[in-house]
Design a binder for this molecule. Structure first.
Ligand SMILES: [Zn+2]
Length: 200
């Protein structure tokens, strides 16, 4: 999804954007990473991105701020209000499978839960397990990769789950818009500004 936005945004406001993107440290650091809810032009929630990206989208005229989070970002002699919710100005058709296959997204989909023993762990203590092992032709796909703790990964080794006497908590699926929306709702449950866009 983000790739599409990248392709479509023009070069306007790029100096300010560069100043923001270059602002990695100091008091701006935290503000830049605050999660921002992204709405389609139709107000349908479609994604969560970091504040830095949201501000760039607003400055480039691709999106507008719907809600602010009350903080300011200081860049290039400007004080910019940090958004909490932004909305794209043009409607984007969301591709069926909207997330890149990555370790981060697999862990997000599986909610940092080992898919064999059910333990919830920090990302650093989880690995990715190929359900059908690579050595036996298993592919690196959404449907064949799951979050897995190290002990379960060792126990499973080069076997299929059934051969190792193990069972998946649930069938791994592609991270589609439905999954994204579920996660957006989990994230937005405690945020008043997000809630009205997520629960309807
Ligand atoms: Zn485990």
């Amino acid at each position: 999804m983000s790739g599409r936005w990248n392709n479509s945004v023009g070069g306007g406001a790029h100096l300010v954007s560069a100043a923001i993107v270059g602002t990695h440290q100091g008091s701006n650091g935290h503000a830049l990473h605050a999660p921002v809810l992204v709405l389609n032009a139709s107000y349908e929630p479609i994604n969560v991105c970091a504040a830095r990206r949201a501000i760039v989208l607003v400055l480039k005229g691709v999106a507008m701020t719907e809600e602010e989070n009350g903080h300011f970002l200081h860049a290039a002699r400007l004080a910019i209000r940090v958004p909490s919710v932004i909305r794209l100005l043009e409607y984007r058709r969301i591709p069926h499978q909207s997330r890149a296959l990555s370790r981060k997204n697999i862990l997000l989909r599986d909610r940092n839960t080992c898919q064999y023993c059910g333990e919830v762990l920090p990302s650093s203590e989880l690995t990715l397990d190929h359900v059908a092992p690579r050595s036996r032709g298993g592919a690196s796909t959404w449907e064949n990769l799951v979050a897995c703790c190290h002990p379960c990964n060792r126990q499973k080794g080069n076997q299929l789950p059934a051969e190792a006497g193990m069972k998946l908590l649930r069938e791994p699926r592609a991270f589609n818009l439905h999954t994204s929306r579920h996660i957006m709702r989990l994230m937005g449950r405690s945020d008043d500004k997000w809630r009205k866009y997520l629960f309807y």
